[in-house]
Design a protein around this ligand. Structure first.
Ligand code: 5GP
Length: 116
């Protein structure tokens, strides 16, 4: 069951501020409030899905492709493709997913060797 009052749902509705990197009607990129690397951006689809499993089960192929294509565009735009980046998602309890709205972390801007 999706919690409509999770933090990222509130960020989408602009009830909580965020530092936006890119936004359109389908997707939102914003800076993580506690960055784990020089660049730490979160990317979320604007549909109510709680994790990756839910996203892949609910979203159609076009929406899934749009999500990853837009990540590809944004990482290029902000210069991460030159030096590399990490794209990670925590899915559910054992991954200690904190916010129950599907999101991916984009980490980069420095060598990520010491960052889990
Ligand atoms: P998770 O553990 O669910 O994969 O990651 C949740 C991420 O959301 C964490 O990296 C955390 O710092 C970030 N976060 C939690 N609350 C907020 C918030 O209110 N604003 C922003 N920008 N990031 C948040």
């Amino acid at each position: 069951m999706y919690d409509v009052n999770n933090i990222f749902a509130k960020i989408i509705r602009k009830e909580i501020p965020s530092t936006i990197v890119y936004e359109d009607e389908k997707i939102l990129f914003f800076h993580d409030i506690t960055p784990q690397a020089k660049v730490h951006i979160l990317v979320i689809p604007k549909i109510p899905v709680k994790d990756l499993t839910d996203f892949l089960n609910q979203a159609d192929e076009i929406a899934v492709k749009y999500f990853f294509d837009k990540i590809n565009e944004v990482v290029k735009e902000i210069g991460l493709t030159k030096t590399g980046f990490r794209l990670v998602t925590n899915n559910g309890l054992d991954a200690n997913q904190e916010v129950p709205h599907f999101h991916m972390h984009i980490l980069g801007g420095e060598n990520l060797n010491s960052i889990r």
